[in-house]
Write a protein of this length. Structure first.
Length: 124
């Protein structure tokens, strides 16, 4: 903790750091079907993961630039909207990140003494 930093500020920064990587997994998990940015943001919020526009939109553009998403502009009743969805590389990435996540959950459950649901073993 920095000298001029309060414990609450330090904790807030650590919580933000923890969430940062999870936002990628959360967003990818919701892009199996096409969604535009605002609808994705609302879907994530309803699920308990509030993501600021200034975080989500650059993430979507970066994932598209990296070759994991495709997008298309759709003009319907209202303003044009850019819809994003996973492509084949994105589906592979999602599967890999989900597998890594499950392993990490097992490891952390073992470290913290949290029991895993029946049928699952904590990773060792």
């Amino acid at each position: 903790m920095a000298k001029n930093e309060s414990p609450d500020d330090a904790i807030g920064k650590l919580e933000q750091e923890l969430r940062r990587g999870l936002i990628v997994l959360a967003a990818l998990s919701q892009l199996k079907e096409p969604q535009y940015g605002y609808s994705l943001r609302m879907t994530l919020a309803v699920g308990g993961m509030n993501v600021e526009e200034g975080t989500l939109y650059p993430l979507l553009r970066r994932l598209e630039d990296q070759g994991f998403l495709t997008s298309e502009w759709v003009v319907e009743d209202g303003p044009p909207r850019r819809y994003y969805r996973l492509n084949s590389a994105g589906k592979k990435l999602l599967a890999r990140l989900e597998s890594n996540w499950q392993s990490l959950v097992g490891v952390m459950n073992a470290f913290t003494g949290v029991e895993t649901p029946k049928g699952r073993r904590a990773a060792s």
